[in-house]
Design a protein around this ligand. Sequence first.
Ligand code: UT7
Length: 321
Amino acid sequence: MFASFRSIGAYVPEEIRTNQWFCDRMDTTDEWIVKRTGINERRIASLGQNTSDLGVEAAKIAIQRAGIDVNEIDLVLCATISPDYMCMPSTACLIADKLGLHEAMAFDISAACTGFVYALNIAKAFVESGMKKNVLIIGAEKLSSIVDYTDRTTCMLFGDGAGAAIISATEDRNKAIIDVRCSADGAQRDLLLTPGVTSGEKQFMQMKGNETFKVAVRTLTSDVIKILENNKMTNDDIDLFIPHQANYRIIKAVSDALEFKDEQKVLTVHKYGNTSSASIPMAINDCYESGRLKSGDTMLLDAFGGGLTWGSALLRFSPTK
Ligand code: UT7
């Protein structure tokens, strides 16, 4: 049995927060933010809108595009670092409930910005083992709830949003997800963290930006080299290179080092900022909705985040129709 990437969906909240919002409140400029990050604006969820609310909207679109009945889903995975509740219930349980699923296995994945690639890896393993047939994977974040809006070095980077995909069993080898690689190194945990409830500190995200930047470029680049080598593939085999959308300068440095052409690179950071686990599925959805992603196209996903965690994936887009 193989696992296929069958459909994609995404949802972004309505409120657009431009760089001007930050300029009005702290010592920064639009020019600095654009030059150092490539970000022009990001989406912000409303007060009563939680991560599960964003995730369920993305999930509904992915399910509808897969052409399956919601009850055919037998596993729900939600990658998030901004869950509705601290530890329980999981955001995956809430999304499953909102979809009317009351028996499917559901759990969250904590792998920061690499969360969607981790979810893809887990979904692939469950499907290939024959344990599950249709897995709903979601990357959903309300990062505005864990961002410190007094810290000008991090707050302008992040936004809210969600993306979701359906991973289904297939006997057609040509539709199979080719490979997913996931790694972690807790020794580098201090680069990016959110203090725990027992720490006495506020639960706001903290980041050593400049150090993280350098590790991100190195790791994202070497991971692509490894996954291509392992699968005896080259840049020319890739239709779309979809890196985690953290900073335009990181994406440019990695794509230049790997010699990807402009038509292969996917960029959404300018309009959504960094949405952590949601950034890759939101970017895939952007390509789908603009007609850039077509049936049979080969995608290369490349993610990096707190933990540290990192991962990459090689897969073909295999929609039902
Ligand atoms: O998603 C997980 C992974 N996340 C990432 O990969 C993010 C990685 N880091 C970054 O994207 C970048 O490091 C930042 C965008 C956060 C910062 O850019 P940078 O080029 O690394 O700047 P820096 O931290 O070295 O700061 C340069 C200067 C400093 O001033 P001095 O010390 O040179 O006088 C900062 O105080 O820029 C100053 N600065 C700002 N100035 C205006 C920092 N934040 C701001 C700001 N506006 N918002």
